[in-house]
Design a protein around this ligand. Sequence first.
Ligand SMILES: *Cc1c(COP(=O)(O)O)cnc(C)c1O
Length: 390
Amino acid sequence: MRKQGKQFETEAIRTQMERTQFLEHSSPMYLTSSFVFEDAEDMRASFAEEKERNIYSRYSNPNSSEFIEKVCKMEGAEDGFAFASGMAAVFSTFATLLESGDHIVSSKSIFGSTHTLFTQFFPKWNIHTSYFDAHNLDTVEGLITPKTKILYAESPTNPGVDILDLEVLGKIAKKHGLIFIIDNCFASPYLQQPIKFGADLVIHSGTKLMDGQGRVLAGITVGNHELVDKIYRFARITGPTLSPFNAWLLSKSLETLAVRVDKHCANALVLATYLENHNKIEWVKYPFLKSHPQHEIAKKQMKAGGCVVAFGVKGGLEAGRKFFDNIELLSLSANLGDSRSIVTHPTSTTHSKLTKEEREAVGISDGMVRISVGLEHIDDIIADIEQALG
Ligand SMILES: *Cc1c(COP(=O)(O)O)cnc(C)c1O
């Protein structure tokens, strides 16, 4: 009989591969590219997939399997596959499920590289995308055509931290028989589980909150077993697989996901409130501030507001640049979800490949600052921002 599921934190800590004869407490690392067969029959049966076992680490490895099992439990998913990066997960998922002529309906507010994939690469294979405004889900159904196969979105969005109502999107996808895919990277499985709202597949960049310490690149897709199996068959041939070392590290990182994300969110809310009352700040957006336009939806589908706060410095681009030059403690970097607070200028980094019009359409102004609030003491984070604002 299947054991009753435990609480999120317990699953994150206690989901573990079978112990070896050494009875190690913490999972060992399996740095091996292949696995041996006992005899000719074992070899034949393994390749015929008559038994579930590791053959070659491009297909599976005990460390990636442990990581996948954990994330599946956290997201309430049936199955998953782990990738070398978030973009490898995004690309492999879409490339598996789509054929020439197919159509995607996607939120406009998506990760910069995903946007570039949709606009500059998929059209080469006759796969086209129509975009809806993250603020206006009433327009989604009007974009769906007989060729539409996938409904895609991120929430909270990057970098504007808009919130999309996942329940509304899930119902639209179901009504039209679309595969509903959510990039859940900004929330992490601790804050939000899109499968509850009808998502068929959930994608993560493990590089962000999952590792949370800025050490590795990783990605994962979890969800419906049949879809994941197709993705697995594509990935085991094309090879974007996660390395056993990175999988081992991530599996350990997930043990502390809940406590880390709680602290990220607590720090972020204090900072957002501070910025909201600052006379050099033009606007602030954070999902758990009452002033956020989709605050009620955020509260409905998320446990807390996440680690990212977006704001505009009064004085536009010039004032923004001065702010970045004055920063001392925080890191100027393009990552997020790290224990170290990071400030980013989306216009010149993550979204630089978009045109100015494309950026403005998704609410990225030149003076916009994105801060991924880390785990340093909040007083020190605020003190650095205070002195940088001058
Ligand atoms: C970072 C990120 C990705 C891509 O992940 P990589 O690990 O950098 O390849 C995809 N989606 C979102 C929302 C991200 O923040």
